[in-house]
Design a protein. Structure first.
Length: 271
């Protein structure tokens, strides 16, 4: 087991080229949101653009457009509901799942990406619940970001916090991917079974939308051409660090997911 700390991060980060342009830093597609869960899409897309990538396109329901653009006019959007109608070659990473619900179209979109997209695919939230009955479709380019309940459904057996590391490794042994098992001291398991344990974060981050922010950050790092496992590991570290910086100025009880995005701007590690 390796602890994800500042020294490890410093050795993994490749700094932004001075002559870079928006395409240098990559294009993320975020597929998120449904009736009653529009905020998940906005949080994920906004976290991605603040995570350093050059462009973000959000595939969102029509009712999410106005609040998205009011808060983040930098983010592009599409109202197409079917991902198979998009040219996926334009995207350097895709995130799917936050608030998408369980409609037939949500299932179609996930299965289409599992079959046809070979870039980094970050699978979170509702998409993980859909995936739980189809784990044979998991590939090495996939990053799964479950909380304990979602992980229990994925592995098909009861989650045991005492043996969470062993369960995480066992899952990746069976389904080669990058697994981000969220919680206190988030665990990242690589396809080669390398086990990483995070050292940042606090209980104020146990709040709605925190995971949507993490998904956006990881997708953003993937688009910046970090290997999926490295992107996931740096992502959990700076996501937790943003939470730690936030509680220097506010109480843990008052911390919300939008604060995490604000404090990403105080993390200078990937500049």
């Amino acid at each position: 087991m390796v602890y994800i700390d500042l020294e490890w991060i410093k050795h993994q980060v490749h700094h932004r080229p001075i002559q870079g342009h928006k395409k240098t830093f990559g294009h993320v597609l975020v597929i998120a949101g449904s009736e009653g869960k529009l905020g998940a899409a906005i949080l994920c897309a906004k976290a991605a653009i603040h995570g350093g990538c050059g462009m973000v396109t959000a595939m969102i329901p029509p009712q999410a457009v106005e609040p998205l653009l009011k808060d983040s006019p930098e983010i592009m959007y599409t109202l197409l509901a079917d991902v198979s109608l998009l040219d996926l070659s334009q995207f350097d990473a895709i995130a799917i799942g936050p608030g998408i619900g369980f409609s037939d179209m949500s299932k179609h979109n996930l299965f289409f990406l599992l079959a046809h997209y070979n870039g980094p695919l970050i699978i979170d939230a509702d998409a993980l619940t859909i995936l739980a009955n189809h784990t044979d479709l998991i590939k090495e380019n996939h990053i799964l970001t479950p909380h304990p309940g979602e992980f229990e459904r994925l592995q098909g057996t009861k989650y045991d916090v005492t043996f969470r590391a062993e369960q995480a490794v066992a899952f990746v042994t069976k389904h080669a991917c990058t697994l981000v098992l969220k919680g206190a001291e988030t665990i990242v398991v690589y396809p080669d079974l390398n086990l990483m344990t995070n050292t940042t974060g606090n209980d104020g981050m146990a709040t709605a939308g925190s995971g949507d922010v993490l998904t956006g950050v990881i997708a953003s790092l993937c688009a910046q051409h970090y290997e999926p496992s490295i992107a996931a590991t740096i992502g959990v570290y700076i996501h937790g660090l943003a939470g730690d910086l936030a509680i220097q100025d506010m109480s843990k009880a008052s911390l919300v997911a939008t604060d995490l995005i604000t404090y990403l701007g105080k993390v200078r590690l990937i500049d």
